[in-house]
Write a protein that binds this ligand. Structure first.
Ligand SMILES: [Zn+2]
Ligand SMILES: [Zn+2]
Length: 286
């Protein structure tokens, strides 16, 4: 069942080696599949719908939004993508809303995931709507319930809906929230990887260097039905990529309206460690 994916992984490995051999090859390489919001101006504002039900999550969302709006605080000069925290618009369980990213927390259960980001794609690359979810079933546990880990995850899940992928998944810190450093255990007090770094803004500037003739930001048309994922992980579609340590997975689903829904999953340390190469959806989680 994973033959095609495996072959593709080998192909990517081969291409990666070829790129690595080229001196001066592009440094910014963590766009998420080239996915981006269509827009007609060089700088645009993405609404982040605040569906959060806890005061600390609200403050972390405002911090993340402020960080992503402040390239100069992180050694970068500019950003094409501004964010604005607005009132939540999801009608149920973090449902997608066209032209926006909806941000939610909830007790999604002991299903192995800490954070989840989904985007709906039309025309191959254009993001039309997104969601970022944080799982309080785990964040209420002592292991994960600290400001640094929460800020790390909400900063990352939100930015996946900008079209950003991870800079690293091996657990080391590049001091960006787009890595998989774990602010838990002996690192619970560490503020490493709780904000973006300059490279994230460099990547955003590359992804959004062109203009589109249309816009998918703040679209007024109703979102297509049936493109949303549900709380059932089988709704994520097929597993297409997973990090070696098993903490990061990417799923894709093709929808009947021709669009694609892509989901990034941030697994707990425990879920990943049990069987790093397994599809954690089908394992038992404590
Ligand atoms: Zn475009
Ligand atoms: Zn992620």
């Amino acid at each position: 069942m994973f033959d095609a994916t495996y072959r593709r992984s080998l192909l990517w490995l081969a291409m990666g080696s070829a790129l690595a051999a080229l001196p001066g090859a592009a440094m910014a390489t963590h766009s998420w599949g080239g996915y981006h919001w269509a827009r007609t101006s060089a700088q645009f504002t993405l609404s982040l719908g605040n569906n959060l039900t806890a005061a600390d999550w609200v403050s972390y969302l405002h911090q993340a939004s402020s960080d992503w709006n402040s390239p100069t605080s992180f050694g970068a000069s500019s950003t094409p993508l501004l964010t604005a925290v607005v009132a939540g618009q999801s009608t149920k369980r973090c449902s997608m809303v066209s032209g926006t990213t909806q941000v939610c927390n909830g007790k999604y259960g002991y299903n192995g995931w800490l954070g989840l980001a989904s985007i709906n794609i039309t025309g191959g690359t254009h993001i039309t709507q997104g969601t970022a979810k944080m799982n309080d079933s785990y964040f209420n546990l002592a292991t994960y319930n600290n400001p640094n880990e929460k800020l790390h995850v909400i900063c990352q899940e939100t930015a996946h809906t900008f079209g950003l992928d991870h800079q690293s998944t091996d657990g080391s810190s590049l001091n960006t929230c787009m890595d998989y450093f774990s602010n838990t255990g002996s690192n619970a007090g560490s503020t490493l990887s709780t904000h973006p770094n300059a490279h994230d803004f460099e990547e955003l500037n590359i992804v959004y260097a062109h203009l589109d003739s249309t816009t998918t930001v703040a679209a007024t048309t109703a979102a297509s039905a049936g493109v949303d994922i549900t709380d059932d992980p089988r709704s994520w579609g097929a597993l297409v990529r997973q990090s070696v340590n098993g903490r990061s997975s990417l799923y894709e689903r093709y929808n009947t309206d021709g669009s694609k829904t892509v989901t990034h999953v941030f697994w707990t340390v425990e879920a990943a460690a049990k069987c790093p190469s397994c599809d954690h959806r089908f394992e038992h989680h404590d």
